[in-house]
Design a protein around this ligand. Sequence first.
Ligand SMILES: [Zn+2]
Length: 335
Amino acid sequence: MPTTPISAGRPNVIARLGSGEPPVLCLNAHLDTVGDAGWPDRCYSATLAGDRLVGLGAADDKGHCAALLVALEQLLERKIALRGTLLVAWVADEEAESRGTSELIERHPMDACIVAEPLGLGRALVTHQGFGWLDVTVAGRAAHGSAPEKGIDAISRLAELTRRLDAHAERTFRAHPHPLNGVTVYHASTLRGGTDYATYPADATLGIEIGTQPGETIADRVAEIEAIVTGMRADLPDLEARIDVRLHRPPFEAHGHERLWDALDGASRDLLGRSPEPVGENAWMDTGLLGAAGIPSFSVGAAGENFHAPDESVDMAELASVTELLIATVERYLA
Ligand SMILES: [Zn+2]
């Protein structure tokens, strides 16, 4: 299997089955996990607890990496004839900057893609929020603590802005949740400002994470914050604030995925006796990059517990069913 280094020691691993001709269907799972905080003593040896497999990344996403490998093996063993090409991609860096899936999209043209993530059997993710990591910096004026007529306290101004951001999130986001993706994500993440006890702080910066729903862009979120700053100028005409977008990712809404959906639907009705339930997420996933590249895609997977936390586990019975579901979907799509 060819591997492509994404960075030192971190490859994408790609398997190809079939003629090499279109249509090209891709199955994608991510190789990386988050850290082992809270359970380094036991997270590296997978253990069975009833019908759950426990270990670092068991559900997110090592179990699904294994499901893709078994699906590939079964397609070969059962000598299933495919028209077109199956790509199986185990990608790096999903939990960080998604460089694995970025690279996959760049180097491997494809007509459709299924991303395997721990969603729970019988569900298919067709939409999720985007996000931005923003720094909001308020200016003050440094001065000796005994000279209030000269100093401007950036921290106290930022505190007022933070209060108004919270109120905005409550009024706008919480009051209007997306039917599938839920309430738009908003929370404070980092705080910096000031130099010493005896000096008025010359600036203060709040780092926030803020979501975007399908149809919205990060520019919409920046405009809302700018409007809040403008509103504050009624009381503070000399208020200066700057918004820096450090990273943003687009929201996802499946488009043009009817043919792939029909294949999954047929496989689901055969194996589970029902159609998949379309669901959304408030979290971002690699489907956001696939959608932005115009590749019809959605996400399926087995149920898990304790994601990104000690005693993460995956439901083994569901993982076996998801594997069969993927095989049957591939067979139908590439029939
Ligand atoms: Zn994941």
